[in-house]
Ligand binder design. Structure first.
Ligand SMILES: Cc1ncc(COP(=O)(O)O)c(C=O)c1O
Length: 529
């Protein structure tokens, strides 16, 4: 029997997965796949909906026929489809049947009179849950299709979003329902969860990684006029956070094997500093691999200087058995959207085992205020907002798995590049050179970076092949114009300058497929052959 009215709101069980998938595929113009999905739903259906689903299957089949040039087939199947859909109410099983029928009528007319086909019809949902679910399926589908259409992206955050969309929606809704957006329970909960993950006593959420760096330097006692030793081969914030604290960046060259700050060079610099004005060392855990934190710990101890980690790229990385964030006096993390743990906007945090630093940071990030309108010192507004904390809490639960996926992808690149004879080893020279992963390091491959001969040509070639790459970083910090007042010049840090000319980062994110990695390596092989 066919109903004439739709009295009851549909439940989710009335929208079986193949029905929702069929609609998503239909709306994406994938009519053949849509017909298969809707046919499965039809097979599983009983009673009153069988004819309705049969009608939808026929619409998909008719449009598929049209796409293959079978006009006669299209016309006859679409006519039967309209017949089957006719008895149902204007809104049925969460979809706007009236709109679909209205859009199909000119199709039949055009097919009968050999006129140009009208715009492709869409199956529109009138039920909000059905609409959301269909959108999510469409997103997943688009993500799976992405490689063939768009080459290989450097990073595709949509794929991660498709996997956690429902969790994120629930988390954001929780914040919106509470209407508490600033330093709420959500931020407290994130700080506790992050501390447990990192193995530290305290985590303090901030507005960005840059603020986290700047505020941790200030909280650790870096004063105007001090020097802070850091690497010239990093993102600009590693140096500008120092200048923001009123101190002077003192650059020291990098270790050519890992591209991290060289502990030996730092030691030399400290031995030759007369009189010593250095109050902190700021190693950066570049690309997700910790700098040599044993060496920095002993240098820091000998010269009585604080070690502040720039761990912006290294949430979940470790040195021996301790995580980045727990290796110095304080550590700064960035949750910029491209980071391995990322927010939906700017965000960052500081982690520390030092209660005094934690307390000072909580003051500094909130205008130096413990009590409203009473200010103990001149801090700033650098609070982590509750929506970002909610997003980060969802993602933190997946992070171990995502970091493991990055490591797997790095290992696969190593293997594919070696098998292609592209990666140099001790026994053989080749156009590409791998960076060293230190035995003590648990590298989370925020980026997969190699040195390449004819780097800029290779990059242009890969861009033409629609393969995303990046250069982290093309200009060392001592050569950046705003830092010219420090008096450095080209040639001062030869390893950093050479790295800036040679490095290239390949696509890297947890959802990157093995097939995409093969495409990247095949393209590199073509370039060098
Ligand atoms: C090494 C390093 N330090 C600091 C930062 C600054 O973080 P944010 O962009 O969150 O301010 C970044 C992020 O780009 C970074 O990569």
């Amino acid at each position: 029997m066919v109903p004439t009215a739709n009295h009851m709101a549909p439940t989710m069980t009335e929208f079986p997965p193949r029905f929702r998938e069929g609609i998503a595929l239909f709306n994406a113009g994938e009519f053949f796949e849509a017909h298969e999905a809707l046919e499965d739903a039809w097979r599983e259906s009983t009673g009153e909906d069988r004819r309705f689903l049969q009608g939808l299957v026929q619409v998909a089949v008719g449009l598929h026929h049209h796409s293959t040039g079978n006009v006669v087939g299209a016309r006859s199947v679409l006519a039967r489809a309209l017949e089957n859909l006719r008895p149902y109410p204007d809104e049925h099983r969460g979809i706007r049947l009236k709109t679909l029928r209205r859009d199909l009528a000119p199709w039949l007319h055009a097919l009968a009179h050999q006129e140009p086909a009208p715009a492709l019809p869409k199956i529109k949902a009138c039920d909000a849950r059905l609409a959301a679910s269909v959108d999510q399926m469409a997103l997943k589908h688009a993500a799976q299709k992405a490689p063939s259409r768009t080459g290989v992206p450097m990073l595709d955050l949509r794929r991660q979003y498709a996997l956690i969309r429902e969790e994120i929606a629930a988390a954001i809704d929780r914040v919106c329902s509470s209407q508490r957006f600033i330093l709420s329970d959500e931020v407290d909960a994130f700080e506790r969860e992050a501390s447990a993950f990192l193995g530290v006593a305290e985590t303090i959420g901030c507005a960005s990684g840059s603020d986290a760096l700047w505020l941790s330097l200030v909280a650790a006692g870096v004063k105007p006029g001090d020097e802070v030793i850091t690497t010239p081969f990093s993102f600009f914030a590693s140096a500008s956070a120092i200048t923001h604290a009123g101190a002077r960046p003192a650059f020291v060259d990098i270790d050519p094997a890992t591209l991290n700050l060289s502990a030996e060079a730092v030691e030399q610099k400290l031995r030759s500093s007369q009189p010593p004005r250095v109050s902190a060392i700021l190693p950066v855990h570049l690309y997700g691999q910790c700098a040599d934190m044993d060496a920095f710990a002993s240098v820091g101890k000998e010269f009585n200087v604080a070690i502040i980690e720039d761990a912006a790229q290294a949430f979940g990385a470790a040195w021996n058995d301790r995580r980045a964030g727990a290796l110095g006096k304080a550590a700064a993390f960035s949750f910029y959207p491209t980071k391995n743990l990322s927010a939906y906007g700017d965000a960052g945090c500081v982690s520390t085992n030092d209660d005094a630093i934690a307390e000072r940071l909580r003051l500094l990030r909130n205008h130096g205020s413990r009590q409203r309108y009473h200010h103990d010192e001149a801090g700033w507004n650098s609070r982590l907002d509750a929506v970002q904390a909610a997003v980060l809490r969802v993602k933190l639960k997946h992070l171990e798995e995502w970091n493991a996926a990055r490591r797997e992808r790095a290992a696969r690149y190593d293997e594919l590049l070696r098998d292609a004879g592209l990666l140099a080893s001790e026994a053989r020279s080749a156009p590409l050179h791998a960076l060293e992963t230190r035995r003590e390091a648990f590298h989370i491959f925020h980026q997969y970076v190699i040195r390449a001969s004819r780097r800029d040509e290779l990059r242009a070639f890969l861009t033409a092949e629609k393969i995303g790459t990046e250069i982290y970083y093309p200009i060392p910090l001592h050569l950046q114009p705003p830092l010219a007042y420090l008096g450095y010049s080209a040639g001062d840090f030869p390893e950093a300058e050479r790295a800036a000319e040679e490095v290239i980062a390949l696509p890297m994110f947890p959802e990157l497929t093995a097939e995409e990695q093969r495409l990247v390596v095949q393209a590199i092989t073509r370039f060098y052959s």
